[in-house]
Design a protein around this ligand. Structure first.
Ligand SMILES: [Fe+2]
Length: 386
């Protein structure tokens, strides 16, 4: 097999299983924390998921402050405010409890605490100059994979676009991944996050910089998500929530050490403009971009199709590959993801501008098939009219 050399390091220690959230006190002590900032959104606090963390910090007599100004698609000013509060409290460890928004906010605060400036200064690939304030990540959704990825995605409010900090130093030190945290997740959040995780896995597997290691993670993640998502949405229990947590974290390892591709390029442009939940934006785009990309790697997309249950007997590889897009679309529909047309204030007049933004995304060069703003525009129109 012709294979380019590659290098890979997984910087995050993973603790996985029921009840691992209870080890937070021990983990914070191991980092010699004097002052902790818990970064969590109000919904997660109301759901009682932050209480075990606070109880553990109190038990160990560790000072803490709570930063709850977390919004979907976190903004630069949210990060800057969190950083100012953390500085005043002398924070030396960040504990993120929540979905991608909380984890990305915590990572970005960690960057600012040790690098200064504005967060936008550090957006880009491998621009960090030193370690960030350590982050312990406790995911409470099954989707983002942010608990193990070396990325933080922040919305630049001046440019109205999403910016990525891409650096191994931004990955959490420890991820406490406890499937009990998603048992009571609202079904629409389970659905959207699950499709985000599926998109991570599909794009990690098919993008230009995929490696055999990331392929192994991606394929198993696709299988786990496809097998568990519908049930986790309709009737969550510990088995399907464990399957989804495994699927999303393993997908995180896949795309965190390869890349995403065209779906995320478009979804981030769309989400940044209209403030659409990230998983919903991905689901609106996934089948359309998959159909566009298949030509570039029929074999890989056919494999995705088989893993997702396409009955391939008597079918050509190409047909199986195209059936993978149909089966992804069916999964999005089955879990109740809304269509693009008629959603919020999405306006096709903006698509030209969004296509230019999508082209500028750092992941565009890794899309399996050559793609420019011209193709992105056509794909936005197709996705809108599907
Ligand atoms: Fe994503």
């Amino acid at each position: 097999m012709a294979l380019k050399n590659y290098s890979m390091m997984f910087p995050t220690r993973i603790e996985f299983g029921e009840g691992v959230i209870d080890s937070i006190g021990k983990e914070v002590m191991a980092l010699n924390a004097k002052s902790v900032m818990i970064v969590a959104d109000k919904g997660v606090i109301e759901a009682g998921l932050v209480k075990p963390v606070i109880d553990a910090l109190k038990k160990e007599s560790i000072n803490y402050i709570l930063f709850d100004e977390i919004v979907p698609n976190p903004r630069d000013y949210n990060v800057e405010k969190g950083c100012a509060l953390a500085k005043m409290a002398g924070v030396d460890v960040l504990v993120a409890v929540g979905g991608g928004s909380s984890m990305d906010t915590a990572k970005a605060i960690g960057v600012m605490l040790t690098h200064g400036g504005r967060i936008n200064d550090w957006c880009g690939e491998n621009l960090l100059e030193r370690d960030i304030t350590p982050v312990i990540a406790i995911p409470t959704t099954a989707g983002t994979g942010s608990e193990v990825t070396p990325f933080a995605v922040i919305t630049d409010t001046v440019l109205s676009e999403k910016l990525n900090i891409v650096d191994n130093r931004v990955a959490p030190k420890v991820a406490l991944i406890d499937p009990t945290t998603i048992l009571k997740l609202p079904s629409e959040i389970m659905a959207a996050c699950g499709i985000d995780a599926l998109t991570h896995a599909v794009e990690a597997y098919t993008c230009k910089i995929a490696t055999p290691h990331t392929d192994a993670f991606a394929l198993y993640a696709i299988e786990l998500i496809n097998r568990n998502l519908r049930e986790a949405v309709d009737n969550p229990n510990i088995e399907n929530c464990t399957g989804m947590m495994l699927g999303s974290t393993i997908a995180g390892l896949a795309f965190g050490f390869s890349d995403t591709a065209g779906v995320h390029c478009m979804a981030e442009a769309l989400g940044g403009r209209y403030d659409i939940p990230h998983g919903v934006a991905n689901a609106m785009i996934l089948p359309t971009v998959t159909r566009y990309n298949i030509k570039a790697d029929i074999e890989k997309y056919a494999r995705v199709g088989r893993i997702m249950g396409v009955d391939s007997s008597g079918m050509s590889e190409e047909k199986v590959a195209y059936a993978s897009a149909d089966i992804m679309e069916k999964l999005c529909n089955d879990v109740g993801i809304p269509k693009m047309k008629g959603y919020g204030n999405i306006n096709p007049d903006d698509f030209e501008e969004l296509s230019v933004l999508a082209e500028k995304n750092v992941s565009t060069p890794d899309n399996p098939r050559e793609i420019t703003s011209k193709e992105f525009y056509k794909l936005f129109i197709k996705a809108y009219n599907r």
